[in-house]
Ligand binder design. Structure first.
Ligand SMILES: *Cc1c(COP(=O)(O)O)cnc(C)c1O
Length: 387
């Protein structure tokens, strides 16, 4: 069964002829494959920030929890609130730092926050006391990314000081790698050494933090000596590898496809131009298909670069793509019809356009392309959604 789902309230409007398909059956296969690959006692946190990288946070959270994830993670309070509003009760980690106002919401919704400095410990402890609660917190140790967290050289003092706050319960300690999915693991191992040093010092002081976690998808795949009790995975269950060089797991496949229907077929003559800025000039009569999606939908802004799949064949983009449309040359593909289905990202008759192809086109990474696919592209879920 296929369910049409859009984030815009459009009960009466017909589906747009440009859309995203999310294959939940393939997601379930990916989750089974990853579970089988994982050491049996390893827990995992399903990272569903930024609308699960554009795939739909609630749908992905439900599936990953059903497959055994023990935590969810998001990057903003709004993202966590959306999950709670969908009646998801699992522990939710909120990455990064929180303002005092945000802390109130985090308490009310039982989000697990990070306490990476003394001032935050004071604020959260005071709030927790006001509500007569004990709150579980995690500490992020910055071992070299220089982003969130307490610097490793100050971490032992900071964590030791947390014991003085009666309403805070230190449940977890983590770090995040700057480079886990490249071939060179030198810096990842140096970060890990710094993390171990902190843990060792803490343990010498009698402090044992129950949940230690350092790995993202790249770390899960390539740094098995860094798994600890839990790993945090966002991209891998979606069937996309964090890099081109990390370990592969047989059978994983992307669950997202982007498709559109041909809106117009144009016959142009030699010397005619295509698109803004006249970036393409036909050298012979050409047949051009106009697709009703553009850079406003998150497709990289391109000029005479990139391809789509029609009848299982590659059709090159000609001219520059616009906000709402792009033109492809279908001269060499016989019998192309108006309103026929085109694959922008995904597979057709054995041919593939991957997220890495689109990333290369945009001079960026797969994460960036996925999260930029616009909310105005309706998401259609193949297979039944979990309630
Ligand atoms: C986004 C994020 C992850 C997940 O990374 P993937 O590469 O998608 O698995 C894990 N940990 C932190 C702190 C993150 O910000």
């Amino acid at each position: 069964m296929s369910i049409h789902f859009t984030l815009m309230p459009t009960l009466t409007t017909p589906p747009r002829p440009a859309w995203i398909e999310i294959d939940l059956a393939q997601l379930r296969r990916n989750l089974k494959i990853i579970r089988d690959d994982m050491p049996s006692n390893l827990r995992w946190c399903s990272v569903v920030k930024d609308n699960a990288y554009g795939h739909g946070a609630v749908a992905i959270a439900r599936e990953t929890l059903a497959a055994g994830a023990s935590y969810l993670a998001v990057a903003t309070v709004e993202e966590g609130t959306q999950l709670r509003a969908a009646d998801i009760q699992a522990p939710i980690l909120v990455f990064g730092e929180r303002t005092e106002e945000e802390l109130e919401h985090c308490l009310a919704q039982r989000f697990v926050c990070f306490v990476n400095d003394e001032a935050q410990a004071q604020r959260l402890d005071r709030l927790a006391r006001k509500h007569a609660q004990s709150v579980a917190v995690h500490v992020e140790v910055d071992t070299g990314l220089s982003r969130h967290g307490v610097r490793w050289s100050n971490a032992v003092a900071h964590v030791s000081a947390l014991a003085a706050y009666p309403n805070l319960a230190l449940a977890g300690i983590m770090t995040h790698f700057a480079m886990s999915d490249e071939l060179d693991k030198t810096f990842a191992n140096e970060q890990l050494r710094r993390f171990h040093e902190v843990l060792h010092e803490l343990s010498a002081r009698g402090i044992h933090v129950p949940l230690r976690h350092t790995c993202n998808s790249g770390g899960y795949l390539d740094l098995p000596h860094a798994h600890f009790e839990m790993v945090r995975m966002g991209i891998l269950p979606l069937g996309v590898y964090p890099s081109q060089v990390c370990r592969r797991i047989l059978g994983l496949a992307p669950i997202m496809q982007v498709k559109a229907r041909i809106a117009v077929l144009q016959h142009i003559e030699a010397g005619d131009h295509v698109g803004y800025g006249m970036r393409y000039t036909a050298e012979s009569p050409r047949k051009i298909a106009v697709l009703p999606l553009g850079y406003g939908d998150g497709y990289p802004r391109v000029r005479n670069a990139g391809q789509v799949l029609i009848h299982g064949k590659h059709a090159p983009i000609v001219g520059g793509n616009a906000m709402d449309a792009m033109m492809v040359d279908v001269t060499e593909i016989p019998n192309v019809q108006q309103w026929e289905e085109v694959v922008i990202l995904g597979e057709q008759a054995g041919e593939v356009i991957s997220i890495h192809d689109l990333a290369k086109l945009g001079g960026t990474v797969s994460y960036d392309v996925m999260t930029k696919l616009s909310i105005r592209l309706p998401r259609t879920y193949l297979a039944r959604l979990l309630e």
